[in-house]
Design a protein around this ligand. Structure first.
Ligand SMILES: N[C@@H](CCC(=O)N[C@@H](CS)C(=O)NCC(=O)O)C(=O)O
Length: 242
């Protein structure tokens, strides 16, 4: 059986894997997970991932969660060209270095801004507090500054002059706030130029296709009963209570 991929395209970690599977032509069966229901909490899904989150892959009975681990696994297992996740120990360590930082910086701060400005507002119909949003935006700006000055620097991509899985992980998080109308690249011309290089490397059509669901979200989502689980999850992540 081809590799199974549990996903939903409103999830940024799923985007990165989706892009990589398509780009590398890795055969897979998509298992779309509706995050607006309690399916993630169901016994059936808990058997696949007891931590009840997507993305998950199942490759010939081998179950793997955590998007960064999945990206590395796919690159090695499916023989991606070396630049994606280099075999050279030091080059590989630079990719790992970014991915460790990514999980504690790019991901939470970009996600928080999008969840506050986009998702929560769309789901509840109410704006979030301006103070909470401006703090989240400040945190994201600090992250962008570090991303440009300490990772990208003068290179073409974050970890080397060639694209790696780190670039795909990073771009997917940063494209998300754009779905709520916030262009995070505006103040950062080097990051903007990097975004265009990633887009070119991935292919613009695939790049935009991946993000379509989030960008079309205003028409898709509105206050409705099934949104309760998602609202709870978004509030947990943003630290907003009411
Ligand atoms: N660290 C995980 C995070 C995965 C994650 O946050 N998944 C979200 C969707 S974006 C999810 O399944 N949330 C459901 C929940 O936690 O209840 C990864 O990188 O794969």
């Amino acid at each position: 059986m081809p590799l199974e991929f549990y996903y939903n395209l409103i999830s940024q970690p799923c985007w990165a894997i989706w892009i990589f599977l398509k780009l590398r032509g890795i055969p897979y069966t998509g298992r779309h997970v509706n995050v607006l229901t309690d399916y993630l909490k169901s016994d059936e899904f808990s058997k696949v991932n007891p931590r009840q989150q997507i993305p998950v892959i199942v490759d010939d009975g081998f179950v793997l969660t955590e998007s960064t681990a999945i990206m590395k696994y796919l690159a090695v297992r499916y023989n991606a060209p070396d630049h994606w996740y280099p075999a050279d120990v030091r080059k590989q360590a630079k990719v790992d270095e970014y991915l460790a930082w990514h999980n504690l910086n790019t991901r939470p701060f970009a996600m928080k801004v999008f969840h506050m400005e986009g998702l929560l507002t769309k789901l509840t119909g109410e704006p979030v507090s301006e103070k909470a949003l401006s703090t989240a935006v400040e945190e994201l700006e600090e992250t962008l500054c570090l991303l440009e000055k300490t990772f990208l620097q003068e290179k073409n991509f974050l970890c080397s002059d060639d694209i790696t899985i780190a670039d795909v992980m990073a771009i997917c998080e940063l494209m998300q706030p754009l779905g709520a109308g916030r262009d995070v690249f505006k103040k950062w011309p080097k990051l903007q130029a990097w975004k265009e290089k990633v887009e070119d490397a991935v292919g613009r059509q695939l790049f935009m296709e991946t993000h379509k669901e989030i960008y079309e979200m205003p028409q898709v989502v509105g206050p409705f009963p099934q949104a309760t689980a998602l609202i709870k999850f978004v509030r947990k992540i943003t630290g907003l209570t009411a």
